[in-house]
Design a protein around this ligand. Structure first.
Ligand code: SF4
Length: 320
């Protein structure tokens, strides 16, 4: 299937009083239409910055974002507005991302009015009702305000707002991490159903490995701003190849007394993303680090079909 999104050598740096913070460093990947790409990594590894840079919410420092064959990296004015209809975001915290002075109906109608996609009070009202129905929000909440609803219902408003402009691609930035576990499953199932019904493509950003396993077709692992591994979700959980991914997955608890579970402890300091030294950013915590790891950063290589890993010693570590 054709790629809907290609990201080429994308970097995003921020100026800080202590130097330049390399939040995202030379990340390249592509997503086919209808696929969910899970992006995982520790807090502060650059996942959300990457999602925002793809959408143009953060100006990129270097690299390209190509959506449906069109370079949108520097899109401004009308072309950016057109792209916004196609690419949407669902935020982590449904409470702070919604204007508390607006009712549910006003919140869902807002993107319709801004984009001019639906005109006239009655047509907008009808569309709001349809969207509420799509995301499982009862019509009686139309005049309610966000503070009157629970987290799950607030997140349903966020999803309805994203769907209002009929996008093709959605960045879901930790959309369930602020919700109770029981509500998380409902929202994940809703998102999965919507994806199938509407042929949506998601980038699903999370630090929760169980969630990413449940929802993703492919997974990209990030460490300190860099992509370290990317492959099909099942393959990543079956046979992780990068030392960081191995450590990350070994932290998932196994709910059985009969299965021997070996936890890999990642010791050492996390590399600072401010003016980082050349070389592999995982060096200070990697049990396999060698001299060359300290001087040159590994490029992601396709070590098996569709399986990309950025590590100099991938063959020695995995015997491939
Ligand atoms: Fe470890 Fe070197 Fe591979 Fe980095 S490049 S993960 S330091 S072995």
């Amino acid at each position: 299937m054709a790629n809907i999104l290609e990201v080429k050598h994308l970097s995003k740096y921020f100026k800080t009083p202590n130097g330049q913070l390399h939040a995202v460093e030379d990340v390249s990947f592509s997503i086919e239409k209808g696929v969910t790409l899970g992006v995982v990594g520790e807090s502060g590894c650059g996942k959300s910055t990457l999602g925002r840079a793809i959408l143009g919410l953060n100006e990129v420092t270097d690299g390209q974002v190509i959506f449906e064959g069109k370079d949108i990296t520097c899109a401004k004015g009308k072309s950016r507005k057109d792209v916004r209809k196609e690419m949407q975001i669902i935020f982590q915290d449904p409470f702070s991302s919604l204007d508390s002075r607006m009712s549910v109906s006003q919140l869902i109608a807002e993107p319709l009015k801004i984009t001019g996609l639906v005109k006239g009070k009655e047509a907008i009202d009808r569309r709001v009702s349809e969207l509420m129905d799509t995301v499982g929000l009862a019509g009686r909440y139309k005049l309610s305000y966000p503070h009157e609803l629970d987290g799950g219902r607030r997140q349903r408003i966020g999803i309805a707002r994203a769907l209002a402009v009929e996008p093709k691609f959605i960045v879901c930035d930790e959309p369930v991490s602020a919700l109770d576990v029981s509500i998380q499953a409902q929202i994940l199932n809703l998102m999965d159903d919507l994806k199938k019904e509407r042929g949506l493509t998601y980038i699903f950003i999370t630090h929760n490995l169980s969630v990413v396993k449940h929802i993703s077709n492919e997974i990209m692992v990030m460490y300190c701003g860099c992509m370290v591994e990317k492959c099909a979700a099942r393959e990543l959980f079956r046979r992780p190849l990068h030392p960081y991914t191995k450590g990350l997955l070994s932290a998932i608890p196994v709910p059985s007394l009969h299965v021997e579970h070996k936890r890999i402890l990642l010791e050492g300091e996390i590399t600072s993303p401010i003016n980082p030294a050349p070389g592999c950013r995982f060096c200070s915590r990697c049990a396999y680090a060698q001299e060359m790891c300290r001087s040159s950063a590994p490029e992601p290589l396709e070590v098996e079909p569709g399986h990309f890993v950025a590590c100099h010693c991938i063959s020695e570590i995995n015997g491939i």
